[in-house]
Design a binder for this molecule. Structure first.
Ligand code: FAD
Length: 480
C-alpha cells in the first residue's frame, strides 16, 4: 500500500560538489559511455522519460543522465565521476522512495535495475542478492526452494531501499525486520572503493546499514539469511469498519501467536470486484495477514479475526507465500501525503478517532494503516542496529491519495490533524515511511544515541556528504 509523502524537488544541497569543478553535462555523458558497459540514458534518448519515472507522482524531475551499471566496478566508476563533477547523485533500487530521493533534478541517477543476480545457497539457507532485485522477484525465486526472507507488503518495492531502512512486513513478528536477516553487504563507498561489510569487517558500517538508509554508500549486493517458508495461512479478510472491529483487530493481533503478522487498512472501500457494489465507498477494514507454520494452527490463529464480525470478504486460506505478492499494475503513480507514527494502543476511543477522520477526508483514497508489531522484531536489542523503534507496539500510517496537485494543502492539513488526534506521546517514526518532512523528523527516525552513532559513521565513510539525497544524517563536518 502506498502511504508516503510526495515531496519537493531534490534538495540541491550537495556539499561534496561545492569545491569541485562543474563539468558540461554532454562531457559527463560521453565519459560515462566510455566508463561503463551498462545503459547510459540521456535526455535525447528514447527511453529517457521511462527511465526518470519513479513510483510516486509529484516527482517530475529531469536528471542529466540515468545510468544502469552492470557490476560493482561500474557502480564505483559512476560514484567516482559523480564525486568529481558537480552533478548530484541519486541512488535507485526499486524507485519507491516516498520522498522522491531516487531521482535528482539535473543530476546523475545511478539505477541498479540491471543488477538482479540472485545466488541462493539452499544448504546453508543464505542468498547473495544484487540490489536491483525487487522484493517480489527475490521472494518468487527463494520460494522455489521453500525459503523466504521477509520484506514488506508490496512486491515491486526494491530490496535496496526497504532493507537499508529496516523492512517491516508479513514475517516481522516471526522472523523480525529484513535487517535482522542481513548477514553481509558489498558496498561502494564515497571514494569509489568496494568493501565487504559484515559483523567482522567494517562492523560500524554494518551497524549503520541496518536502518540508516542510503547515507553511507551504494550497496551492490546483500547477503540474507533464508527461513523455511512454504505454505502459509494468508490472504485478505474484509470486515466492516466499526469501533469494535477496529479495536478488536488490534487486540487480536497482539494476542495472536507471533507466527501471525497483520496489516490492517481502515479505508473507504474501493470498487474491488470481490466486494458487493453497495459496499463501494463505505468504510471497511481490509486486513492482510500471514501465519507462518502449521496450517491447522494457522486457521485457529485466524479464527478470532473472523469472529469479530461477519466478514464482507474472506480470502484467507492456505497458500504459497508468494501469493501474498500478486502481480501489480504498471503505470500506477499515485500522489500521496501521509504521516507515520507509533502508538501504544488502538482502543475503542482510538478507533472512534480513526472512523471520525476517515469520514471527513475528501481524497480519492484515505486510509489508516495499523501494523501491530512485537515478536522477533522486539527481541533484538535496540542498540544492535540503526533501527531504533523495536519496542514500539503498533505502527500507524495515515494517508490521503489524490490526483489534483492543487489539493495538496487540504490533504496535508487533514493528515496532520488526523495524526495529531492519534498521537499518544511517541515521537518516533520509521524512516522508510518518511516523506520530505524536515530535519526534525529525520532525527525522530534516529533518536538520541542512534543519531550520534550514525553521524560518526557518516563522518568516517562520507565526510563530504556525497550521498545526501536520502533521509540525511549529515556528518559533523558538513553540519558545522
Ligand atoms: P528507491 O527509491 O530506489 O530507494 C530509496 C532510497 O534508498 C534511495 O533514495 C537511496 O537513498 C536508498 N537506496 C536504495 N537502494 C540503495 C542501494 N542499493 N544502495 C544505497 N542506497 C540505496 N516499507 C516497509 O518496510 N514495509 C512495507 O510493507 C512497505 N510497503 C510499501 C509499499 C509501497 C507501495 C511503497 C511505495 C513503499 C513501501 N514501503 C514499505 C517503504 C519502502 O520500504 C521504501 O519506500 C523504500 O525506500 C523503497 O525502496 P526502493 O529500493 O524501492 O526505493
Amino acid at each position: 500500500m502506498p502511504f508516503d509523502h510526495h515531496g519537493t524537488t531534490s534538495n540541491g544541497n550537495n556539499p561534496a560538489n561545492e569545491t569541485s569543478t562543474p563539468v558540461a553535462e554532454a562531457q559527463v555523458i560521453a565519459r560515462l559511455r566510455g566508463l561503463i558497459t551498462g545503459e547510459v540514458i540521456a535526455p535525447e534518448d528514447a527511453g529517457y522519460d521511462a527511465a526518470r519515472a519513479v513510483f510516486y507522482g509529484g516527482h517530475d524531475r529531469h536528471p542529466a543522465v540515468v545510468v544502469r551499471p552492470v557490476n560493482a566496478d561500474e557502480v564505483a566508476a559512476v560514484v567516482r565521476l559523480a564525486r568529481e563533477t558537480s552533478l548530484e547523485l541519486a541512488v535507485r533500487s526499486g524507485g519507491h522512495s516516498g520522498a522522491g530521493h531516487s531521482v535528482s533534478e539535473g543530476g546523475i541517477v545511478l539505477d541498479l535495475a540491471a543488477m538482479r543476480a540472485l545466488d541462493i545457497d539452499v544448504e546453508n539457507r543464505t542468498a547473495w542478492a544484487e540490489a536491483g532485485l525487487t522484493a517480489g522477484e527475490y521472494t518468487t525465486a527463494a520460494a522455489s526452494h521453500g525459503l523466504a526472507t521477509g520484506f514488506g507488503d508490496t512486491g515491486s518495492v526494491g530490496i535496496g531501499g526497504i532493507t537499508l531502512g529496516g523492512g517491516v512486513g508479513y514475517l516481522v513478528r516471526k522472523y523480525g525486520l529484513t535487517i535482522d536477516d542481513l548477514l553481509a553487504a558489498d558496498v561502494v563507498t564515497a571514494n569509489g572503493e568496494i568493501v565487504r561489510v559484515d559483523a567482522e569487517s567494517h562492523p560500524d558500517l554494518f551497524w549503520a546499514l541496518r536502518g540508516g538508509g542510503g547515507n553511507f554508500g551504494v550497496v551492490t549486493r546483500f547477503k540474507f539469511r533464508l527461513h523455511p517458508v512454504d505454505m502459509v495461512v494468508g490472504g485478505m479478510l474484509v470486515l466492516p469498519a466499526t469501533v469494535d472491529v477496529i479495536s478488536g483487530v488490534a487486540a487480536a493481533a497482539h494476542a495472536a501467536p507471533e507466527e501471525l503478522s497483520t496489516i490492517a487498512n481502515v479505508m473507504i472501500a474501493p470498487p474491488m470486484p470481490f466486494l458487493p457494489a453497495e459496499l463501494h465507498g463505505k468504510l471497511i477494514v481490509m486486513l492482510m495477514l500471514v501465519y507462518v507454520g502449521d496450517v491447522e494452527a494457522g486457521q485457529q490463529a485466524v479464527a478470532p479475526f473472523r469472529a469479530l464480525a461477519a466478514p464482507l470478504a474472506d480470502m484467507v486460506r492456505p497458500m504459497h507465500y508468494t501469493e501474498m505478492y500478486p502481480p501489480e499494475e504498471g503505470g500506477y503513480h499515485p500522489t500521496a501525503v501521509s504521516w507515520s507514527m507509533f502508538v501504544n494502543t488502538i482502543n475503542r476511543d482510538t478507533a472512534q478517532v480513526i472512523l471520525d477522520h476517515l469520514h471527513t477526508s475528501s481524497a480519492q483514497m484515505a486510509v489508516a494503516q495499523i501494523r501491530v508489531l512485537g515478536g522477533a522484531m522486539a527481541r533484538v536489542p535496540v542498540e544492535a542496529t540503526a533501527f531504533a523503534h523495536r519496542q514500539e507496539p503498533i505502527m500507524v500510517n495515515v494517508a490521503a491519495l489524490y490526483q489534483n496537485p492543487a489539493e495538496e494543502a487540504q490533504h496535508k492539513a487533514w493528515v496532520r490533524e488526523f495524526a495529531a488526534a492519534l498521537n499518544q506521546g511517541s515521537t518516533g517514526v520509521y524512516v522508510n515511511f518518511l516523506g520530505n518532512e524536515g530535519k526534525d523528523r529525520v532525527h525522530d527516525a534516529y533518536p538520541g544515541a542512534t543519531w550520534d552513532r550514525l553521524a560518526a559513521v557518516k563522518h568516517r565513510y562520507d565526510p563530504d556528504n556525497l550521498f545526501h539525497l536520502n533521509h540525511n544524517v549529515a556528518s559533523a563536518a558538513v553540519e558545522s
